[in-house]
Design a protein around this ligand. Structure first.
Ligand SMILES: [Zn+2]
Length: 467
């Protein structure tokens, strides 16, 4: 536990002397803005070595594993429409996207021409795997007559349960925006917007209806909206969120369906008041709701995520910040169902909780969100990666013993998993950590995490250096 940090009051507000109203009209957004990680240089002894290990060991190992496990080959086969999808899950494409995202963050503060050229070569392969109308999903494109089983016989038919088509899109958008912002190159961004334009043509009030089976496309569309200014992307993010908990027409079975609480799809999001279902899905949904609320002023979303946050933090979170207690379904349990011996606590859920808690802080400015974020970062999240940067926990046990009746939870970290969502989420989380330290709102500067280093900010058009 990071108890010293917990005891120290957060969010020291540095009031900058020179007061005047902003001279320019701002677009509606989070009232508090994070100070980008690119403006911060760390000198601490805890995170700096971990971020350096991520750069020198985790990123190369992750790319190497994307190659050795066939994830890159899937894109190459999709480009040629030839071969057989050679990994296990239809969302394996996202491991490449997430590693490019993390590598891009790293490039932004640590130029590396060799890495940059390698990423460009991967983006070239990804672009060739994209179909002419923008569709990008190797599990189908390799052999559309015999797609991977979870993908379903036609595009989008299995989206609400297993295909993860929109999940792949969301991670692609996050990676493409990261790459564009880090390098200024639009090669990946163009692929992403071509794909997002297909979604805009396909889904909407008078088009196809679906509640994405695994959320993240909502956050990804918001990121694309921020860099392109294209309102259709923001509208589509809201449309997908509002699809949850309402009856939808299944074009395959011709029946009307909703997915239930595992998918946060049992009641409309504005009426939800409990953290339920698959924990990673939930974190990405609530983060997406916060984003859309910040950009549209949707107070009903804020009311809902406020209630859900109180439920999660008060009744469904472990003492070290982990969430998602139940292994069967990687999900939240009932209120106060927080067993030690069988705690699941997926690393991705902790990462998602950091995303969401930062957003809640940016909306409300209350230090309680930073307390949860900090506790999670230092405990429930970082336990997911070993000091070597190449070994990972998918689940983060609260208790491990060698007794014969110990439940079958991980006792040692592994290099990679068949479902390798957690290692590649770590890849993209670590280099962006300096971006969680400071935030600002007009003349106020917030110091949220106590990590040694320097930061350069512009406050009221005056440069401020924090050392
Ligand atoms: Zn995971």
């Amino acid at each position: 536990m990071h108890s010293l940090m917990d005891m120290i009051k957060k969010c020291c507000v540095l009031l900058i002397a020179c007061c005047s109203f902003s001279a320019f009209a701002q677009k509606q957004d989070y009232p508090i803005q994070p100070v980008p990680f690119t403006s911060i240089k760390l000198t601490d002894q805890f995170w700096s070595p971990k971020i350096e290990t991520n750069r020198t060991a985790t990123i190369p190992a992750s790319f190497a594993r994307c190659e050795s496990t066939g994830r890159v080959k899937n894109f190459e086969m999709a480009a040629e429409h030839k071969g057989k999808f050679c990994t296990t899950y239809p969302f394996d494409d996202t491991d490449i996207y997430k590693t490019i995202e993390g590598a891009s963050y790293s490039l932004a503060v640590h130029p590396d021409p060799k890495l940059s050229a390698y990423i460009d070569s991967l983006i070239g392969i990804i672009g060739k795997a994209q179909e002419p109308d923008g569709y990008l999903y190797t599990a189908r494109t390799i052999d559309p007559i015999h797609p991977q089983a979870w993908a379903g016989p036609e595009r989008w038919i299995n989206e609400q349960k297993s295909s993860h088509e929109l999940y792949n899109c969301g991670h692609m958008y996050e990676a493409a925006v990261a790459h564009y912002m880090a390098t200024g190159k639009s090669n990946f961004l163009n692929i992403a917007t071509k794909n997002a334009d297909l979604l805009v043509r396909t889904f909407g009030p008078d088009k196809k209806h679906v509640a994405p089976g695994h959320e993240i496309v909502e956050m990804g569309l918001v990121r694309l909206y921020r860099v392109t200014g294209k309102a259709d992307y923001l509208k589509l993010a809201k449309f997908f969120i509002d699809q949850r908990g309402i009856k939808k027409y299944n074009i395959k079975s011709k029946d009307v369906y909703e997915n239930g609480s595992y998918f946060q799809d049992n009641i409309p999001v504005i009426n939800q008041d409990e953290a339920e279902g698959h924990a990673v899905r939930a974190m990405y949904l609530y983060s997406g709701m916060a984003d859309v609320a910040a950009l549209t002023g949707d107070s009903a979303y804020i009311k809902a995520i406020d209630k859900i946050w109180n439920n999660m933090v008060g009744k469904k979170m472990y003492v070290q910040g982990s969430i998602g207690a139940v292994g069967d379904g990687e999900r939240f349990g009932d209120n106060y169902e927080l067993p030690n011996a069988t705690a699941y606590n997926e690393t991705c859920a902790a990462i998602g909780s950091v995303f969401w808690n930062q957003r809640m802080f940016l909306l409300h400015g209350n230090s309680k969100y930073i307390d949860v974020m900090e506790k999670t970062l230092y405990n429930g999240l970082i336990s997911g990666v070993g000091l070597d940067g190449k070994s990972f926990f998918y689940t983060n046990a609260m208790q491990v013993s060698n007794s014969y009746n110990q439940p079958d939870l991980e006792r040692e970290r592994s290099g990679w998993f068949t479902c390798s969502c957690c290692p590649t989420n770590v890849v993209r989380m670590l280099p962006s950590i300096p971006g969680y330290i400071y935030a600002q709102n007009g003349n106020d500067v917030y110091v949220n995490l106590f990590i040694s280093g320097t930061a350069n900010l512009s406050v009221n058009k005056k440069m401020l250096k924090i050392i």
